[in-house]
Ligand binder design. Sequence first.
Ligand code: IPE
Ligand code: IPE
Ligand code: MG
Length: 279
Amino acid sequence: METLKKELEKLSEERLLSMIHLAHLPKHVAIIMDGNGRWAAQRHLPRIAGHREGILAVQEVVTAAREVGIEYLTLYAFSNENWNRPTMEVSQLMRLLGFYLKKELDSLMENKVRLVAIGQIDRLPKPVIRLLQTVEEKTRHNRGMTLVLALSYSGRADLINAVRRVVDAVQKKTILLKDLSEETFSDYLHTQAIPDPDLMIRTSGEIRISNFFLWQLAYTELYFTKTLWPDFRRKALLMALLDYQNRERRFGQVAPKKGVKPKVLHPENFHFRDQKRGV
Ligand code: IPE
Ligand code: IPE
Ligand code: MG
């Protein structure tokens, strides 16, 4: 895989884009955006400078995902555990979030992107909650792509909250315990109307989940890259998508018959120039 990555890195973004097989795109890509602090430290800058640069990466990745035709993009922007960071960093992050939401509304509308926030939203500062509500309301009819922002999110808290809601529904007899299945349980999670991710990307070289989607990642393809989040731009996303397309998803079954297997990914094997893009 490393040699493939090196090969792909040499190619232009347009070439990479033309190599992506539109019929096999992941429907839902989820990203743990990590490494802002280290990006700043490498430049002897305060951590907030890394978060600011991280917003530029967010803008570029959202646009690129929309352009390629990804239907759902989840960005893990702030975890429940992140509340334990120094007060100063937390308030700077909240300010940046507010700034991003104000600044992005026009572009989300233009690109027909619907914004959905998940997590313990009530823990966020009031002005940020109001801004989120405004952006969610204004973008709710957009059908180009759904951008899910995981804010004050915790996978375990999501599960506990779902269990509480199920117990409540059982007590109120709106659901019978015998009817509880994997599908019905999913309806009680924050990601209720969102399909499970097909591809999960984590930047910055850490190989862990950090309390992100615990239930939802059951069969997700995982992609870890050493690239720090502020450096994860359009080309990096295209490379992750190509890596995904070179995998064989089995869902616990046996490998598909010969000939159905995806072609081994090599730049020379690609001839997808005639594909239509739905943007
Ligand atoms: C990710 O970057 C942003 C958030 C978690 C809010 P970090 O701030 O975790 O950056 P590192 O991991 O310290 O480099
Ligand atoms: C994960 O990054 C959370 C987000 C990106 C929002 P962290 O930097 O908080 O995770 P750990 O502490 O390295 O596990
Ligand atoms: Mg981190």
